[in-house]
Design a protein around this ligand. Sequence first.
Ligand code: SF4
Ligand code: SF4
Length: 299
Amino acid sequence: MKANIFNIQKFSVHDGPGIRTTVFFKGCPLRCAWCHNPESQNSGFEILYSEDKCTLCGSCVKECKNKAIEIIGNKLFTNLDKCTFKGDCVITCVNGAREIAGKEYTVDEVVKEVLKDRVFYKNSGGGATLSGGEPLIHVDFIEELLKRLKEENIHTAVDTCGAVAFNILERTAKYTDLFLYDIKLMDEEKHIFYTGVSNKLIIENLIKLSEIHKDINIRIPLIEGINADVSNIIEIIKLMEKTNTKKVNLLPYHSIAIHKYKKLGLEYQSDKMSRPSEEKLNYFKGLFQEKGFLVKIGG
Ligand code: SF4
Ligand code: SF4
């Protein structure tokens, strides 16, 4: 059994308690307009190409046995239908203009990677976080991986968008110490507009999950121009009051991912999104605190 993973990040301090190793899986049912990891959305491999680093030297064109790369005029094109994602072009490019997003791992390989930093987890109260993308779309792999990590006494966290069948959450809940559960927009129409899917299942799942799991941190990405408004926050508070959740992380938007969109050849509407002011973030923090929730600005 293998899963496509695009990054294993060591010494992560924003994805749960302590020092963690965060494993980023490829594939997500949502298409959030602000997504910081656009290379996570598709489950297959992808080529990231930095036009600004490319000197059009032609080495990758010569190296590609499948003739997937062409230079036409002063532009380089990759035909993804011909590409086998073996990465010969990546190795040959001395300018680092080409990267492949995605690498297949077995459960054993991920466990081995996570265990390398066991000493740091022990000293800091950390562990492993499974993120993405949406890790739970790889449910068989994730269930086995969580089980193995628990056998090794590693604290486990799952970062989920919640848009999966409830039985998947149930199957994984028994091996998950902490869920990081994203809530973005309470208005269904806006949710569909900005993420491509309804929020109904996400909300239902949160209510049901909180009945069977006691440790769920709500995570709210806050984007000025999209969801950083009082009515959205008040509706999220009302939802949290229906559940047993106590902790919330407010994650202010940042535009760090712009370069990734360029490399993937995707459009990014950064002009419509910005970070909410500190004043606004603190006001929202106060609204949660008034209702007795533990709030942190940041991960
Ligand atoms: S090898 Fe690198 S620099 Fe040369 S054409 Fe290919 S992508 Fe551009
Ligand atoms: S849920 Fe997360 S990974 Fe999926 S599209 Fe939204 S921000 Fe990106």
